[in-house]
Design a protein around this ligand. Sequence first.
Ligand code: SF4
Length: 326
Amino acid sequence: MISDSVEKLVEVEHLVKYFPVRAGLLQRVVNQVQAVDDVSFFVRKGETLGLVGESGCGKTTVGRTMLRLIEPTSGAVRFDGRDVFSLKGRELKSVRRDMQIIFQDPYASLDPRMPIGEAVMEGLNIHGIGTRKERFDLMIDTLKKVGLEDYHARRYPHEFSGGQRQRVGIARALALRPKFIICDEPVSALDVSIQSQVLNILKDLQKEFGLTYLFIAHNLSVVEHVSDRVVVMYLGKVAEITTREELFRNPQHPYTQALMSAIPVPNPRLKRQRTILKGDVPSPLNPPTGCRFHPRCPIAVEQCSIEEPQLRAINPEHMVACWLAK
Ligand code: SF4
């Protein structure tokens, strides 16, 4: 586990991202999709922070907003002490070099007409790193770091399997030798047998390059394997933040408990008490009042639909947004 004294590399403060809904001839804004609503957390240097929740909970929007792939509505992101949202020009370019992303579907982010060697070198070219020969050597070295060979550089995306394409996605992010990588569901599109290979590559690279990861997933069992700490999100809000050990030993938020109960147990003789949540995830266009989880919460009390619970510390490494957490 990473100690308390380790420096924070990334700080997200009161991040909000609303998407306007327009209608009519004049395309007036008639509503807002509240995708991310007042989200705060930090990532310590060298750790992997898991960010988990059902699809549509806002976790991917958080990741993309942090990198300014989409612009925020409000809030702040500090990277290595710099305010990412106020940076422009050369300063923004320099932060972008240090903050990279691995996408869930690398095929969609690769140009089908570009050999993968060129795709891996693209970032190096944009940032004007070294000479052409140095960029080429760095690209070959990066391919080898992710378990590919130099002859792969001449091949095109369609010639690769899903697992190999994700290695290319990792190589693209790694080529610039960043400090921080957002891994946006990097294994959810892969077969289970390939998933562990990709996770092991990510772990090895983290050790070798001292990388810090934000690991986004909808599946707690993947997060359990890679994370030092975990943020659980529900409908645009943070429900719980704690260390991996504490989360699995003492989950406090009823939503986390429900996610936990859905993790398959490898021993068929052991049965886990499954919590089935009632109803569908409400729409972020019109989220419930009070605690956003209250219409589905098995232990909700009257206060839950009236007042919104704020994140509060129940011990120095465990924050929960629930009125009933102890
Ligand atoms: Fe359930 Fe109430 Fe806690 Fe929300 S605040 S999770 S509704 S008990």
